[in-house]
Design a protein around this ligand. Structure first.
Ligand code: GLC
Ligand code: CA
Length: 561
């Protein structure tokens, strides 16, 4: 077992920069804002922060559309602020992971401006252009944000590819000049001392060179693709996909490792991939590749589903041995692209208990753990009363499409509310002061009204708060590395309400029991035929203990066996 890599045992805290803390009253979170909150982050006990994009950007996709990779958008701060952030984080023993968006640039990036200017421009081939077929689209590829992935450009009469918004043209990664330019850019940031990279949608770099149509199949029948509005609408197993998970993408990842990452010390890389099965993760991550891959298996369940949770963990843990040397897993329940975990997987009735249960679930899983800002205080989804209050392009597009299809406005709004990425992006709730203490000005996106009850300050002094529970669990994970490296053995696999497992290595044996339901549950002893919980030591629980064989709704117990 290699215990030397810092990231294996790390809990990494994702910061959605725009919404974390605004230091200068313009309503937008900024780098200085993170610096001011580093002591809070340190106190939480996490090892690293992942900061979402802060580069020059017209903000069509809130910074994932970059127009200059090597300079910082003024509303986020300056290069000095960034260097200070790295310095101040390191001073506190916190590592810094930054977001790298490699698949596409902004259409306002000078490279694209040149590329679009004429068919003979030297940078024409830096993006993916196609003349179209008989005056129509090149093929049926879909954007993740709705509609065709092709946009017709008047100037030269050709189409360019954009797997996300039309202001995010895809780079042509087959072009060696593109690869070199992007590798140089990554070196620029690594030279500044960052400790890791989160590689945005890394499995989309290369598309089929023959531009073959994607094929959508359901039960052996082809689905009419004209009915599909975005490529997230269809389950991955129903698509023969020529835009994602292409073998050439896998070789680029290895090239990146060889030519760039390997030249630095201890750089952590996590790739975002959708769709991502264990097989795909095996291609993208492991020795000579990236370190880990995000998969979306929990998030796409979209509800609390105990049996599926069990099945997902068993599948990912079980696949490690088949994925070759260096295979490692990571888990998370929330990020900036998904609704809030308590709203999706928890319970309104047992709000606090369920938030604590999810914390205990996440922080007792093997591997590298990611958590998302606000999760530690149990932040919830927001319901803005009009579409005008939403900023997320994906949700606004979705709303428009529903309305175009004739769906009534109320239903369209409630559908948009449920899926909006703004659920995760409302400003961090620091206190019960105006705007949750996030800004002295007007926040760029409305603060969730429940900030008066749910906020950091209210929870800081309370030993029974969700925040305190997170801190205790993070510390437990530090004290018992078994939770990181130990084996994972599921118990009660058929149980519909309770999730239970053993984490074990040569140092310790821990038993985790999570009631994932709103009901009282009676446990049948002995749990796996051997363990008698009366002979164990209770390390952590989220309720006062009564009958050891009865679990209250969302009760969590972690025992030392
Ligand atoms: C990733 C990001 C998301 C962004 C998209 C396009 O999925 O997490 O926020 O919109 O890539 O860059
Ligand atoms: Ca600001």
């Amino acid at each position: 077992m290699n215990y030397t890599k810092w990231w294996k045992q790390a809990v990494i805290y994702e910061i959605y920069l725009r919404s974390f803390y605004d230091s200068n009253g313009d309503g937008v979170g900024d780098l200085q804002g993170i610096i001011q909150k580093l002591d809070y982050i340190k106190d939480l006990g996490v090892d690293a922060i992942w900061v979402t994009p802060f580069y020059q950007s017209p903000l069509d996709d809130m910074g994932y559309d970059i127009s200059d990779y090597c300079s910082i958008l003024l509303e986020f701060g300056t290069m000095e602020d960034f260097e200070r952030l790295v310095h101040e984080s390191h001073r506190r023993g916190i590592k810094v992971v930054i977001d790298m968006v490699l698949n596409h640039t902004s259409d306002e990036h000078p490279w694209f401006v040149e590329s679009r200017s004429s068919k003979t421009n030297p940078r024409r081939d830096w993006y993916v252009w196609h003349p179209g077929i008989k005056g129509d689209l090149p093929n049926n590829w879909q954007s993740a944000f709705q509609g065709s992935a092709w946009e017709y450009d008047e100037l030269t009469g050709e189409y360019y590819l954009h797997q996300f918004s039309k202001k995010q043209p895809d780079l042509n990664w087959r072009n060696p000049q593109v690869r070199e330019a992007m590798f140089d850019m990554i070196r620029f940031w690594l030279d500044k001392g960052v400790d890791g990279l989160r590689l945005d949608i890394i499995n989309s770099l290369i598309e089929d060179g023959d531009f073959r149509d994607n094929i959508f199949i359901d039960n052996g029948l082809k689905i009419d693709y004209s009915k599909i509005y975005n490529n997230l609408d269809v389950a991955p197993e129903k698509i023969i996909d020529y835009t994602r998970n292409q073998p050439e993408t896998y070789s680029i990842v290895r090239e990146l490792r060889n030519k760039v990452i390997e030249r630095y010390k201890d750089i952590f890389t996590v790739g975002e991939a959708y769709p991502c099965s264990p097989e795909v993760a095996g291609e993208l991550a492991g020795e000579g590749k990236l370190d880990v891959c995000f998969h979306f298996d929990f998030l796409f369940l979209n509800k609390r589903d105990v049996r599926s949770f069990k099945e997902i963990i068993s599948r990912w843990e079980g696949s490690i041995k088949d994925r070759g040397p260096g295979a490692w897993n990571c888990y998370y329940l929330s990020n900036h692209d998904m609704p809030r975990q308590v709203s999706v997987f928890g319970s309104e009735k047992y709000y606090k208990e369920s938030a604590a249960m999810l914390a205990a679930f996440l922080l007792t899983l093997p591997g590298t753990i990611f958590m998302y800002q606000g999760e530690e205080i149990g932040m919830t989804d927001v319901k803005f009363n009009a579409i005008e209050h939403y900023r997320d392009i994906m949700c606004v597009n979705y709303y428009k499409r529903l309305v175009e299809e004739g769906v009534d406005l109320d239903t369209a709004l409630s559908e948009a509310q449920k899926m909006s990425r703004d659920n995760a992006r409302t400003p961090m709730q620091w206190s019960n002061e105006k705007h949750g203490g996030f800004t002295m000005g007007t926040p760029w996106l409305g603060v969730n009204e429940n900030y008066r009850d749910i906020n950091v300050r209210a929870q800081q002094g309370d030993t029974k708060s969700i925040l305190s529970f997170y801190k205790t669990l993070i510390k437990l994970r530090k004290d018992y590395k078994t939770l990181v490296y130990g084996s994972y053995k599921p118990l009660l696999e058929e149980h519909q309400q309770v999730m239970a497992y053993i984490r074990e290595d040569e140092h310790a044996k821990l038993l985790v029991i999570l009631n994932m339901s709103e009901q009282m549950v009676n446990l049948q002893e002995p749990l796996d035929g051997t363990i008698d919980i009366r002979n164990t030591v209770l390390l952590i629980a989220n309720t006062d203990q009564g009958n050891p064989f009865q679990l209250k709704p969302f009760e969590v117990r972690i025992y030392l066996v």
